[in-house]
Ligand binder design. Structure first.
Ligand SMILES: Cc1cc2nc3c(=O)[nH]c(=O)nc-3n(C[C@H](O)[C@H](O)[C@H](O)COP(=O)(O)OP(=O)(O)OC[C@H]3O[C@@H](n4cnc5c(N)ncnc54)[C@H](O)[C@@H]3O)c2cc1C
Length: 379
């Protein structure tokens, strides 16, 4: 089924999950491979263009749609959700300032399912403080020349384009530049060895004299910091929060199912034990609260409500805490079985460990939220 408009995004997402994402989730985790079947389906049914404006053939989706889609995907497969999420952030930032080249070469092609993107922001030297990169673009003729290394590039060589964050040729400014991965000098290194999100293929990138047309800069040049706060931060935070709520929901669903079906010799099920009922209540409440909080933060951001930024920042803190808490409780509910690979709870628990250390990390966000409520400037 193809997505024909924003109205059937959720229906189609659920169908892809039932037919493709859920059946392959265990295999993608165990073989540590990219969720290529899911991406082929997103390409053919239009979902890759979720955040591409309708005028370029996309679905014109909003942060609310992203929150819902990443939550649904991660409820079955965290790796698929994370790969889709990084592609969507890359799409959103191009859409925010697209020139004619960007419209033809990226937005229309993403909507047609021909291009997958991602972000190349992190560097080993900058870590959590990704907004102060070390690499610098140089101008030569009509091209930016890029040299340097990036780390944790989700989607890796499966991406067709990268949004590279770099120091601008303008003094004390940043730029985001769209870099095609098939350009000479773009080289991915290594394999993803993380304990979770095993299929997200978040690997290192080396750029050696990569020549990128000047037109591939996003915005008018030097707008990188504005783009981080206007576009990247809300899109990244809401989508990652959605994914973390999904991981919590996936673990809760698995634990509930196990609690209802696991029977002792006296015929009682695990779910009939009061301590387990308390855990079920804790998980249910935490998942529903985090889900509602994220969707309401997304809605407030879309509607431009006062205080929306604060709730967006807080939403990732809440969702990542919830994912870690709920996956732990789920494992307790499932006992020794939960600790094995027979149940999906251990996968959700491993996946849930990533969100709080993905920049902006929980500590950095707490500092920003704390400063904001106290009326202290962030920088
Ligand atoms: C699964 C996964 C996928 C990823 N995908 C991408 C991607 O697609 N693109 C990309 O660019 N990056 C990606 N990243 C990178 C991610 O954003 C970084 O891991 C993150 O920025 C943290 O950097 P670091 O590991 O160097 O941590 P560090 O900077 O070394 O931080 C270590 C700890 O110290 C804390 N800390 C650091 N500074 C402060 C401070 N000033 N105040 C309080 N606490 C502080 C941090 O919060 C953290 O807990 C991914 C990471 C993971 C795990």
């Amino acid at each position: 089924m193809a997505v024909t408009s924003r109205d059937n995004v959720i229906e189609v997402t659920k169908q892809v999950i039932n037919e493709v994402v859920a059946p392959l989730a265990k295999e993608i985790d165990q073989k540590r491979r990219f969720p290529k079947e899911a991406f082929e389906t997103f390409a053919s049914n239009g979902l890759l263009g979720l955040l591409v404006p309708e005028e370029f053939g996309g679905l014109g989706g909003t942060l609310q749609d992203l929150a819902e889609v990443t939550e649904l995907l991660a409820t079955s497969c965290g790796s698929t959700a994370m790969c889709f999420q990084m592609h969507s952030v890359g799409t959103a930032v191009i859409a925010s300032r697209a020139n004619d080249v960007h419209k033809e070469n990226y937005l229309k092609q993403i909507a047609q399912g021909k291009k997958i993107g991602t972000l190349a922001f992190s560097e080993s030297g900058t870590g959590s403080h990704f907004y102060i990169p070390e690499i610098k673009a140089n101008l030569k003729d009509d091209c930016y020349v890029l040299n340097g290394k990036k780390s944790f590039v989700t989607n890796g060589e499966h991406a067709d384009f990268l949004i590279v964050l770099t120091n601008s040729v303008l003094e004390k400014k940043l730029d985001m530049i769209i870099v095609d991965t098939n350009l000479p000098g773009v080289d991915f290194k290594g394999t993803w060895e993380g304990i979770g999100f095993s299929g997200n293929n978040s690997i290192a990138l080396e750029m050696n004299d990569v020549m990128v047309p000047e037109t591939n800069v996003i915005g008018s040049g030097g707008e990188g910091m504005d783009l981080i706060f206007e576009v990247i931060a809300p899109t990244f935070i809401i989508g990652v929060a959605g994914a973390n709520v999904g991981l919590a929901r996936g673990a809760y669903n698995a634990a509930l199912e196990h609690a209802k079906n696991r029977r002792y010799t006296d015929g009682r099920s695990l779910a009939e034990i009061q301590a387990i009922q308390f855990y079920l209540s804790d998980m249910y409440g935490a998942v529903e609260s985090a889900s509602l909080f994220n969707k309401s933060a997304a809605q407030a951001a879309v509607e431009g409500k006062e205080g929306a930024v604060l709730n967006v920042m807080q939403s990732k803190i809440v969702a990542c805490d919830t994912a870690q808490k709920v996956t732990n409780i789920a494992m307790q509910v499932c006992g020794g079985y939960g600790y094995t690979k027979n149940l999906s709870v251990e996968r959700f628990l491993r996946d849930a460990r990533a969100g709080s250390v993905m920049g902006p990390t929980t500590e950095v966000l707490k500092e920003w939220v704390g400063k904001s409520v106290a009326g202290i400037p962030l920088f």
